[in-house]
Design a protein around this ligand. Structure first.
Ligand SMILES: [Zn+2]
Length: 154
């Protein structure tokens, strides 16, 4: 991906963000948008689909800018759809995870294990549960931090 083109899209997005109010900015998820652009551009040289999605997103943002603030519900719907498609492609094809992904998995795993441990070892769910959750949180948070460090977080 041409880095100038990526920069241009970032600049465009920044200008766009300054023009809309906070409520709208939240709805349009600019931060997430920027992260997606970054990921797409880094994968686009090897992945045709990422290249395509980058084009889609670029066109879509241009279209939104063209509306000069007169958005309809349909625009937001389209926005969510495009962002959703990009997220799912990045997660499926490039093994990226959303932030807090491992924490949520290991916390529920820890909760179940805590119940089992509590019943089997302590004969008391109240003792096993916090232990299980504690271990789950520790593992999940560690994996999340690791994913982030390795640039695998969406
Ligand atoms: Zn891709």
């Amino acid at each position: 991906m041409d880095s100038q083109r990526v920069d241009k899209l970032y600049t465009m997005l920044e200008k766009f963000q300054k023009k809309v109010d906070e409520q709208l900015a939240t709805k349009l998820e600019f931060d997430k948008c920027r992260r997606l652009i970054q990921r797409l551009s880094s994968f686009s040289s090897d992945c045709e689909k990422c290249h395509q999605r980058f084009n889609d997103l670029e066109n879509h943002i241009l279209q939104l800018l063209d509306k000069k603030g007169r958005f309809t519900e349909n625009d937001f719907k389209q926005h969510r759809q495009i962002m959703g498609k990009i997220s799912s492609h990045l997660q499926k094809q490039h093994k990226l995870v959303t932030s807090g992904y491992y924490l949520s998995i290991y916390m529920s795993l820890g909760t179940s294990l805590g119940v089992v441990f509590g019943l089997l070892i302590f004969d008391n769910i109240g003792l096993g549960l916090p232990l299980g959750i504690g271990i789950g949180v520790a593992i999940g948070a560690g994996l999340d931090a690791d994913a982030k460090r390795r640039g695998l977080t969406l």
